[in-house]
Design a protein around this ligand. Structure first.
Ligand code: M6R
Length: 600
């Protein structure tokens, strides 16, 4: 949530900052701004609205001889997305500017204390207190002033700060990421490594409680107690094509079409013959219960994981919303294994749940996409998805990779617990990229269905068993990007309530693979058809029953039930995408949302 960028070195600082902000725009797009040091003064340009609005404003501004600057794109928490509330925020004397991600929980107390000392505030944000605090503590050394300021702060933060008389950017973080990139005579700062791709592949991830001075040719990192830290420079393994649209109209469509590749990246080196190789750092023999924690789309993959794991290793699995887990004082014992699933690895609720589980002595593994993210650093072991950057706010390729990672985990656990290999499953897993390709070949069919249904106001998604969470995911995709109300339900539950919604022309999407529950789902189709609903059926092969009841049929390859969610969700991703695009909304940046939700 929110994006921070920073640059120090030769070249056009403003241009770099704006380019970086565009890459980070998926993290928040309510308002944006930049602050540069030019001619010994801080110059700030900011506004409500997205980055193109900021660019317009910048056309009229010249920053002479700027050597460093910071920028921010915001997802509003405290205060409306106005010009005043946009970051960077400056101190009273305009000598200091800061950009902040996170939430300052004690900002009201700090603000009152600062106002009593004569500080005048210009915005309604919690973040502005940081600029004033730094000013209050500043005595010629920005790093020390930032260190003192963050010691007064309660809550999460990633901060980039500058002072008009200092040739450095000072950054600090706690529960919100900061990455520093090494260039040739220049250094970069970002809250997300995706913003640095193409500029450098050498990066350092700041850890919680660290503070760094970033100069144009070096960095100095220390802990808040003053102790110096020697950071390891890591390789950033992403290319420009990963973070650009590559000819697709939107990132979401590109990411849907990347799924054959993202799935094969996940499998590579991990499925060998009839065995699965993972490095989890956890003894799976002694596990007697598994708890999966996640949010949003990742929570949907967690429910699918419950079906997969219980089926393959017969260990009971509980699934919890990460946002609930931490606050319900969960019962965790010695035999429990916690699995945290998160695309970003930065979701505040999931980080909180991981910490709560660890505090209670649980072993925690992560299924995470973003390398070096907070969750990936805090868990005992885990599986990286290797799906590449997911830029669109609506998660697509990360979801299918999460489900596949859960399958690999369950197969690996089965091996570790002495179970026999499931060769059919392993063969299907290896063939998944091909099967997904075949589904994508039918995208045009889904696009035509979208054309007929884009004006509908409500949708119902129904599935059973392992495909019930697929119904949830289909509904979430549609509502988050098209703003059409959609509900996912277990098909068997429809008769206990939702059937009351059905009337003429109501679209009902059925996920109905040819499995043990197929006939029952077809009966549900008949029930809604009898009430004149529009039936859209995702099925494996057309038979007479379906032909008679379904208005639209999307055929997908038949697989074992445990693999089927990965295939069945793809038409639903496409349907949501095409409907949203037809409505002319901003598909990649849906209103009120941000890619990673770093506030509770
Ligand atoms: O990065 P995470 O997987 O932890 O994110 C969890 C949710 O915020 C995320 O899946 C959200 O629901 C997406 N917008 C869904 O498309």
């Amino acid at each position: 949530m929110c994006g921070i960028i920073g640059y120090i070195g030769e070249g056009d600082v403003a241009e770099f900052l704006v380019k970086g902000l565009k890459r980070l725009e998926y993290r928040g797009y309510d308002s944006a701004g930049i602050s540069l040091i030019a001619g010994g003064l801080i110059s700030t340009v900011k506004c409500g609205g997205n980055i193109s609005k900021l660019e317009k404003k910048l056309e009229k501004v010249e920053f002479k001889d700027a050597k460093l600057g910071i920028g921010h794109t915001r997802w509003a928490t405290h205060g409306e997305p106005t010009d005043e509330n946009a970051h960077p925020h400056t101190s009273c004397k305009d000598e200091i500017a800061i950009a902040h991600n996170g939430i300052i929980e004690n900002y009201k107390t700090l603000k009152k204390m600062l106002m009593d000392k004569g500080h005048a505030f210009k915005s309604d944000t919690d973040s502005e207190v940081i600029a004033h605090l730094i000013e209050e503590f500043y005595d010629g050394d920005l790093e020390s002033a930032v260190a003192r300021a963050v010691k007064s702060i309660e809550g999460a933060y990633a901060i980039a700060s500058i002072h008009k008389s200092e040739d450095r950017i000072v950054v600090a973080c706690k529960s919100s990421p900061i990455v520093i990139g090494f260039g040739d005579g220049a250094m970069f700062i970002a809250s997300d490594a995706a913003a640095l791709v193409g500029n450098t592949n050498k990066v350092v991830y700041l850890s919680d409680g660290e503070i760094a001075s970033v100069m144009c040719d070096r960095i100095h990192v220390r802990k808040l107690n003053g102790e110096s830290v020697n950071k390891q420079v890591k390789r950033l393994d992403a290319s420009l094509s990963d973070v650009e649209k590559g000819g697709f109209k939107h990132f979401m469509l590109k990411e849907i079409f990347e799924q054959p590749e993202s799935l094969s990246n996940l499998i590579r080196g991990r499925v060998r013959g009839n065995s699965v190789k993972l490095t989890l750092n956890v003894n799976l023999n002694s596990v007697s219960r598994i708890i999966i924690i996640a949010c949003g789309t990742s929570w949907h993959s967690a429910i699918i994981g419950k079906y997969i794991i219980e089926n393959l290793i017969r260990v009971p699995v509980e699934v919890d919303y990460a946002s609930e887990f931490k606050y319900r004082n969960p019962i965790i014992g010695r035999g429990d294994l916690v699995i945290a699933i998160s695309q970003s690895g930065e979701t505040a609720d999931t980080i909180g749940a991981v910490r709560a589980a660890k505090q209670k002595g649980a072993r925690v593994i992560g299924i995470v996409n973003v390398v070096g993210s907070t969750i990936s650093r805090e868990v005992d072991g885990g599986i990286y998805l290797r799906a590449g950057p997911e830029i669109s706010v609506a998660s697509t390729k990360a979801f299918t990779s999460q489900v596949l990672a859960l399958l690999l985990f369950a197969l690996y656990a089965r091996q570790a617990r002495g179970g026999v290999a499931d060769n059919q499953l392993l063969n299907e897993i290896t063939d998944l990229p091909n099967m997904v390709d075949r589904v994508l070949d039918n995208a045009k069919i889904v696009e035509r269905i979208a054309e007929d249904l884009a004006q509908k106001r409500n949708f119902l998604y129904l599935g059973r068993g392992i495909n019930y969470p697929v119904a949830l995911e289909g509904a979430l995709k549609l509502k988050e990007i098209s703003y059409i109300h959609a509900e996912g339900y277990p098909a068997g539950e429809m008769k206990h309530g939702p059937i009351a919604l059905i009337d003429e022309g109501f679209p009902v999407v059925f996920i109905s693979p040819k499995d043990g529950l197929y006939d029952k789902v077809v009966s549900n189709m008949e029930e809604v058809k009898a009430r004149k609903a529009i039936v859209i059926a995702v099925i494996n092969e057309i038979d007479e029953n379906v032909r008679q009841v379904a208005d639209y049929i999307i055929e997908v390859p038949k697989t074992s039930p445990l693999v089927s969610p990965i295939i069945n969700v793809i038409p639903l991703q496409l349907l949501a995408y095409y409907i949203a695009d037809l409505k002319g909304v901003d598909v990649d940046r849906p209103r009120n949302l941000a890619k990673s939700v770093t506030v509770e």
